[in-house]
Design a protein around this ligand. Structure first.
Ligand code: FAD
Length: 433
């Protein structure tokens, strides 16, 4: 496999398109989560009729993760299997990829040949040091097991007041547990939303009966609780760690693909055009033309939408074969350059969270130093938004608490590159755009 060389932050192109669609007898999709399942769907919708193999380390069919920390923990749902038709897909569940060589994938049950490869292995939760039992919440098995132990009076320590921590605290408090959330920063969600917006969320914890301990770092997880930095010991019956995830790309180390906090892919989600290999979802670190930077987004919308582009890229990897009946694009003169019409993945990122009886939605990319412009009254429990503007005066990001239209319209403005005056933005009585 060709080793990629970074040029000005972008991966170099392959110098040929070896595979044709007819050559692609087998495409292997590694990782049977949302992004993997969706890529199978998109490959079939794009006209691929060869063998399609979906390999997944878990024993489950692809399922949705957002409900795990919401409806599943709350006991309202038990099954979140995705409505993806995998009838003509070869399913290899409970089987893990362990390495990658040119044209062959190593797995814990022997190698698999492929002509095209999709990397969709998502992300793994970060764990803390210590010899105590720590739970994480990534899989449906994690969610069911945690739900089993939630009960009135349970002393639950949650490490991290991020998205997962807040959602777990919400469900656990509703189940009657005595919940303490320990957060190293001095406001929740400071990195995602900044101090001003994050500080508006502090009261939500107390209102739900949850103890929030800010500016409190964990030294180690111990059998009966948390050893905090500074020497204090926080007793707990159960500990859930929600301090972020890392791309699940360890199995690719040394294979020749560029890895940099994810699989390095270009704006078409291609890691390698000559083999070809694409990457989708939480494990993809793609080049964003919109933001002129490499991005990796660990949210549902990315896993849902990136497969559209990755499948199109894979099916256009052969520049000499029109892949769809309606393909009218002229063939490139230089086989070293991808075809002009290859789809580009360039979203304005979007995500949501349900916590403390509020729906929070966010779209865009928040400039680190910008101050939020309020829209509505943030001292109210919900029904307000905030926006951030970049140096050029363009709306760069919006967060909304119970004002979904602001995020939908704000995102539309950002996608279109349209301008909105901050004064008009601040007028909550006028729709955005
Ligand atoms: P994953 O869903 O992680 O799927 C990857 C799959 O690959 C896994 O099944 C894994 O077992 C498998 N795998 C890994 N390594 C290997 C290997 N070597 N071989 C074979 N298989 C392998 N996003 C939002 O926008 N809003 C939300 O409210 C929200 N809530 C969430 C709540 C929870 C509890 C979690 C965990 C996530 C939430 N997310 C939310 C994030 C969203 O679910 C993820 O971004 C999305 O699931 C990523 O999909 P993926 O397919 O890339 O990765």
């Amino acid at each position: 496999m060709r080793r990629q060389i970074e040029t000005a932050g972008k991966p170099a192109r392959g110098n040929g398109y070896r595979a044709t669609l007819a050559d692609m007898e087998r495409i292997v999709v590694v990782g049977a989560g949302l992004a993997g399942g969706r890529t199978c769907q998109e490959l079939r919708a794009g006209g691929y009729t060869g063998t399609l193999t979906l390999l997944g380390a878990e024993d489950h069919l692809p399922y949705d993760r957002p409900p795990l920390s919401k409806a599943v923990l709350a006991g309202r749902r038990d099954d979140t299997t995705l409505p993806v038709d995998l009838g003509d897909v070869e399913l290899l569940l409970g089987r893990r990829a362990t390495g990658l060589r040119p044209g062959a994938l190593d797995t814990d049950r022997g190698p698999l040949d492929f002509d095209g490869l999709v990397i969709a292995t998502g992300a793994d939760p970060v764990r803390l040091p210590g010899d105590g039992r720590q739970r994480v919440l990534r899989t449906i098995d994690d969610a069911r097991a945690l739900r089993e132990v939630l009960r009135p009076g349970l002393r639950l320590a949650v490490v991290g007041a991020g998205w997962i921590g807040a959602e777990v605290a919400t469900a656990a408090a509703a189940a009657g547990a005595a919940v303490t959330v320990v957060e190293a920063a001095d406001v929740p969600l400071a990195q995602a939303l900044g101090d001003e917006v994050g500080s508006r969320m502090i009261d939500w914890y107390a209102q739900a009966g949850v103890t929030l301990r800010l500016d409190t770092a964990v030294h180690a997880v111990q059998p009966d609780g948390l050893a905090l930095v500074g020497g204090e010991h926080l007793l707990a019956d159960e500990i859930v760690v929600g301090v972020g995830v890392r791309p699940a790309t360890g199995w690719l180390v040394g294979c020749g693909l560029a890895l940099d906090r994810g699989v390095v892919v270009d704006e078409h989600l291609a890691a390698d055009w000559s083999t070809p290999v694409v990457c989708v979802g939480d494990s993809a670190a793609w080049w964003s033309l919109r933001y002129s930077t490499r991005m990796r987004v660990e949210h549902w919308d990315c896993a849902q939408q990136s497969p559209v582009v990755a499948a199109a890229t894979l099916l256009r990897a052969d520049a000499t074969t029109p892949l769809r009946a309606d393909a009218t694009t002229p063939l490139p003169a230089d086989a070293g350059t991808p075809p002009e019409d290859v789809a580009v993945y360039d979203p304005v990122p979007y995500f949501w969270s349900d916590q403390f009886d509020r729906m929070i939605q966010f779209a865009g990319r928040r400039p680190a130093d910008a101050k939020p412009v309020w829209r509505g009254d943030p001292s109210q429990p919900k029904g307000w938004s905030a926006g951030w503007f970049d140096d050029a005066g363009q709306l760069a990001a919006v967060v909304a608490v119970g004002r979904p239209a602001d995020v939908v319209r704000g995102r539309r403005l950002m996608v279109a590159g349209a301008t909105i005056d901050p004064t008009r933005f601040a007028d909550a009585s006028t729709p955005l755009g």
